[in-house]
Design a protein around this ligand. Structure first.
Ligand code: BES
Ligand code: ZN
Ligand code: ZN
Length: 477
């Protein structure tokens, strides 16, 4: 969808009027809105035909007028896109007079995010489902809207890149093809490095590699470097993503129903990759490194077995009691590598790590585990501001004890209880002293099973806006 700001000419077939709660409509519209029970709540929508010189008029709610609520503007944009995406309408104009530049840009952002579709594999789309909406114009946009929109458009680009990666099936996106796709980030000034299995073997990454060893697809470690500080920030912030391009569970194989969902077990990596793109595309003044551990978890004659003991890059050993608890093994080596190589003060990992996280928080919040109060508070604030919501989860010695093993330094599962916390502690054992670390378990947030205001059902792109916002608020300027 193309966004036009104050175009000189624009032939709209649909026009949008925005209304706050309590705004009084004039004339016949007032009666029609009353009949439609339209009250102006954020994202509320009423549809009329043949008004305002266009074929169709939408009246869209912005919520309370006194609140400078940018989420409401996004919701309104999302509602417009949802209504029009396959409506037959191609060009929509929105009168944004009265909105500030940020809100106007947010409205366009909401529309762009909600208008996302992944239909490259449909060869026969029924006419009624065909996408029609191609252009959105903001009319009467205040000065500064173009700049605000450029900022949001860059971030949205990252979100959509992530959604594409996460939506692709595992026969298309596997470690080697993933790193190939990531090459597109080079054009934004991101440096890309890739480690193959021989190089990871030489580094001693026995944990990541044991997950990969059952698969015909070789694993990869993807390293993305972006420095928008001209070398003045020496230590980067490091993001680490779990990139299990398909998780069958391995020898501890998952049940058949729902296993197809495990194509999105690389959503942590996807978020990290999209966030790197967003930061570079908007030329963020920060130094950030993104690292993705990319593997496919398959059962085979070569696969790691329950009970096998592996040696991680850190030198610590781990007993693999359940081959389906593979994400933590991947993160262990990816995080160790990140610290050895880049000496960061801050490491943030994202992973679809545990089903238990979905049991705890559903699809409302990702869980955040952190060893640092300041980092946790910063991320929680960025979560609220970005809309990618987080809820704090606890780290505690008792959870850590639960992963002691009689035969190795640790085992890769705890008991039945507190599964997300014991997983977090496994990862935490690979965080070096003094490093501020946050672990985001995004298992419940990577995929939406129903349409949401800014997300058509499917891959959400969760984490991109959160990481971008965190960098903007705490590591720029
Ligand atoms: N990828 C899964 C976790 C997951 C579940 C992500 C649902 C998204 C939605 C992970 O690798 C896994 O299988 N975890 C096991 C751990 C258990 C064996 C300790 C789980 O959660 O059941
Ligand atoms: Zn698993
Ligand atoms: Zn997994």
């Amino acid at each position: 969808m193309h966004v036009h700001i104050n175009p000189a000419q624009f032939a709209a077939d649909t026009h949008v009027r925005l209304m706050h709660k309590g705004d009084i409509a004039q004339g016949s519209l007032a009666a029609m809105l009353k009949t439609a029970r339209f009250e102006g709540g954020a994202g509320d929508i009423a549809e009329f035909f043949g008004q305002d010189g266009a074929d169709r008029l939408l009246v869209v709610g912005l919520g309370e007028a006194d609140k400078r609520d940018h989420h409401a503007a996004e919701k309104a944009g999302g509602a417009i896109a949802a209504k029009l995406i396959a409506s037959g309408s191609t060009h929509v104009s929105v009168d944004v007079s009265g909105l500030d530049a940020e809100a106007a840009a947010r409205l366009a952002n909401g529309a762009l995010l909600r208008a996302y579709r992944f239909d490259k594999y449909h060869t026969k789309t029924p006419d009624k489902k065909k996408l029609t909406l191609t252009d959105l114009a903001l009319l009467n946009a205040p000065e500064g809207t173009a700049a605000a929109w450029a900022h949001h458009e860059a971030i949205a680009k990252g979100v959509l890149f992530t959604r594409d990666l996460v939506t692709e099936p595992a026969n298309i996106i596997y470690p080697e093809s993933y790193v190939e796709r990531a090459q597109a980030l080079r054009q934004h000034g991101i440096e890309i490095e890739v480690l193959n299995e021989a190089e990871m073997t030489a580094l001693g990454m026995g944990a990541l590699l044991c997950v990969s060893q059952g698969s015909a697809r070789p694993g990869r470690l993807l390293i993305m470097k972006y420095d928008g500080t001209g070398g003045t920030q020496t230590k980067p912030v490091v993001f680490v993503g779990k990139g299990v391009t398909f998780d069958t569970g391995g020898i501890s194989i998952k049940p058949a129903p729902g296993m197809e969902d495990m194509k999105y077990d690389m959503a942590g990596a996807g978020a990290v990759t999209g966030a790197m793109l967003a930061l570079a595309a908007r030329k963020a003044k920060a130094h950030v490194v993104g690292i993705c551990g990319l593997v496919e978890n398959m059962p085979s004659d070569r696969a790691v077995r329950p009970g096998d003991v592996v040696t991680t890059m850190s030198g610590q050993t781990a007993e693999v009691l359940n081959t389906d608890a593979e994400g933590r093994l991947v993160l262990a080596d990816a995080i160790w590598y990140a610290q050895d190589r880049f000496h960061p003060e801050i490491v943030i990992d994202l992973a679809t790590l545990t089903g238990a996280m979905v049991v705890s928080l559903g699809h409302e919040f990702a869980g955040i585990f952190s060893n640092d109060e300041g980092l946790a508070a910063d991320l929680l604030a960025s979560a609220t501001a970005s809309g990618d919501k987080l809820w704090r989860m606890p780290l505690a010695d008792a959870y850590d004890k639960a992963i002691d093993s009689p035969i190795a330094d640790m085992k890769n599962i705890g008991g039945r209880e507190a599964g997300s916390a014991t997983a977090a502690h496994f990862v935490g054992r690979f965080v070096q002293p003094g490093v501020k670390w946050a672990h985001l378990d995004i298992a419940g947030m990577a995929w939406a099973s129903k349409d949401l205001p800014l997300i058509p059902k499917g891959a959400t792109g969760y984490g991109v806006r959160l990481l971008d916002r965190y960098i903007a608020d705490h590591h720029e300027g």
